[in-house]
Design a protein around this ligand. Structure first.
Ligand SMILES: [Zn+2]
Length: 117
């Protein structure tokens, strides 16, 4: 079994929580989805320690997928004025390194993960 640095998972959790709060999306269901994502990615990182740099972005993607099924799009793009509502996505798609939110429509970076507020 690999060694997983807890600070990595705390950091991933803190960054995704900050972005949920930045969009008033930190409902009990969203926080619970976040806890689930952190614990399943902890297991994943134990199997593949080299994947550590991807964890934060993957947790964000997991929460995004969970919310899409229950509460709708998160986070919504606020950079495109009158365009129909669309989401932000994590780039790189693999989840890291250095995950940023990009606009689905323009592909432009909007904020680093954890910096939506
Ligand atoms: Zn946009």
């Amino acid at each position: 079994m690999g060694f997983v640095d807890d600070t990595l998972l705390f950091d991933a959790r803190a960054r995704v929580l900050a972005d949920l709060q930045a969009r008033q999306a930190a409902s009990p269901a969203a926080v619970s989805a976040l806890e689930d994502a952190v614990s399943s990615r902890r297991w994943w990182a134990e199997q593949w320690p080299e994947g550590a740099v991807y964890v934060a972005g993957l947790v964000a993607q997991d929460v995004q997928d969970a919310l899409l099924e229950t509460e709708g799009r998160w986070p919504v793009c606020r950079s495109c004025g009158d365009a129909p509502q669309h989401a932000l996505y994590i780039q790189p798609d693999l989840g890291g390194p250095d995950p940023v939110w990009v606009c689905e429509e323009t592909g432009e970076p909007v904020a680093a993960l954890g910096r939506l507020g």
